[in-house]
Design a protein around this ligand. Structure first.
Ligand code: GLC
Length: 476
């Protein structure tokens, strides 16, 4: 089987969120399952931020020009092999030598170029995949171009396509008047991408793909509901026969407290009590909080975006801080939230410590050092942090939504079953109640040990989900 993944970020090369974790670990997991019977390749933009460590070892495959609308742009193609997976990089300095991965005024044009370059590279590398698997709106145009512009050629027509929505809040929406000029689509193709009078690249991919997946079963149902669909519910209901949910796994080697080189002291499920104590003391030191071994540390590692549940946190945090707790936050995002947490830290320097940054190593030190991990998302396609936290023996508190619902089950002190604390309604006092329940359990060492063991012993590896993906590719 030949597979091509297309996306905008993948670890270890470029990362701003969970998408990079998935594109950095699922391909290798598929390869582990299927071995030599699978030829899997991944294609990404060659961003400026991809350092010499990788660039130095890349091989130049070829170069060609990409015609899109009236633009004729250079495209260099590089490759890099990692864990049995070939990664390709699309080079064009005008588009990808920018300070950040996204957030430029011409993101639409940048990813249109990227998608068209992916189409054009296939005959140049002599690789026509059986399945092209595109991830999120930045690569939606590969699915659209394949059917609108390349379908007349047999090699392209035979490619089956999967489009995965990692977060429906980001759709790639543009003004209709750039349809031809930027995306190179004609008036006849207008109806494929048009939604609510705008160009909507996610909608176009939903129409054109053979199979639409999302990153948990619960989210696959939710995106067909008005509350969660960010306006796309109508089109998703129309195409619900294509929709399927497969929950993400995590890279259990990269996130492994037993071997993780960036945490202060390594530990296993057997030595978690001592390991956690050491990492916690170090975390408190690093975050300038009083070194208090018995005070529960509640942590958040998250994009500062309101759908991650920060409305609830803002409302309830001061009530929570009346208890003996410490609160640690790592993340960047909406400036209003950044300011809120900066002020909170100033007012509660003994209890609150924040770091406005996106940093993988520090995030792992937090997973290792905290006791409780808070994820009160309003919506959550899958969520990886609750699984990573569990792996480091940090008990998650989650709202029962999307992938959080699929992966975390409420702890029952009577039976000792369950791997976290949950609440259902998007309500600040319900979240507060869940936090207080967690603190009460923390104060009961026997209960806490059971709950923490349950969390830590969950199998969140890719093995099961990789099999589901392979079955889907096979069916296609
Ligand atoms: C997005 C989603 C997150 C998911 C990740 C990987 O970042 O918000 O829930 O886990 O993609 O699929």
């Amino acid at each position: 089987m030949k597979l091509l993944f297309v996306g905008a970020e993948a670890l270890p090369f470029a990362s701003t969120g969970g998408l990079a974790d998935v594109l950095g670990s699922l391909p290798a997991a598929l390869k582990r399952e299927k071995g030599d019977d699978l030829d899997i390749r991944v294609v990404l933009p060659l961003y400026q931020s991809i350092g010499e460590k990788y660039r130095g070892k890349m091989e130049k495959v070829t170069e060609f020009f990409v015609q899109l609308s009236w633009r004729n742009q250079y495209c260099g193609l590089y490759s890099y092999d990692l864990d049995g997976v070939t990664y390709y990089f699309i080079d064009n300095q005008y588009y990808f030598s920018r300070g950040s991965l996204y957030g430029n005024f011409d993101d639409g044009e940048r990813f249109a170029f990227f998608s068209m370059a992916v189409m054009e590279m296939l005959p140049k590398i002599g690789f026509f995949p059986d399945v092209l698997h595109a991830h999120d709106w930045q690569s939606a145009l590969t699915v659209i171009y394949l059917r609108t512009k390349y379908n007349w050629m047999k090699e392209y027509r035979e490619i089956r396509t999967v489009y995965t929505i990692h977060n429906i809040d980001y759709q790639g929406i543009y003004d209709m008047n750039i349809l031809g000029d930027v995306f190179g689509l004609s008036d006849y193709e207008h109806s494929i991408v048009e939604y609510n009078g705008m160009i909507n690249l996610t909608k176009g991919a939903i129409v054109c793909c053979d199979k639409l997946t999302t990153v948990s079963q619960r989210y696959a149902e939710e995106i067909q509901m008005d509350y969660f669909a960010s306006g796309l519910q109508h089109i998703l209901r129309m195409y619900s026969g294509k929709v399927m949910g497969i929950v993400n796994g995590i890279d259990v080697d990269y996130y492994n407290p037993e071997t993780d080189p960036v945490i202060f002291e390594n530990y296993t499920a057997e030595t978690v009590a001592e390991g956690k104590a050491a990492n916690k003391a170090e975390l408190q030191k690093q975050f300038s909080l009083p070194e208090s071994p018995d005070t529960p540390v509640i942590a958040m590692v998250s994009r500062l975006a309101s759908h991650k549940g920060f409305d609830l946190v803002k409302y309830a945090i001061e009530k929570l801080l009346t208890r003996d707790v410490q609160f640690v936050l790592l993340g960047t995002g909406e400036s209003e939230l950044e300011v809120f947490f900066e002020n909170l830290q100033k007012r509660y320097p003994e209890k609150v410590s924040i770091l406005l940054a996106y940093n993988k190593d520090i995030s792992k030190q937090i997973y290792a050092g905290a006791d409780i991990f808070l994820m009160p998302s309003k919506s959550e396609p899958c969520g990886l942090a609750q699984m990573i936290a569990s792996r480091y023996g940090t008990v998650p508190i989650v709202r029962e939504v999307g992938g959080l619902y699929d992966t975390i089950h409420a702890y029952n002190p009577e039976t000792g079953e369950g791997n976290g604390i949950t609440f259902c309604t998007y309500d600040a006092l319900d979240m507060l109640d869940a936090c207080l329940r967690a603190i009460d359990l923390y104060d009961d060492p026997e209960q806490w040990e059971t709950l923490r063991d349950n969390a830590m012993n969950m199998d969140f590896s890719w093995a099961v989900s990789a099999k589901k993906y392979l079955e889907m590719y096979q069916n296609l």
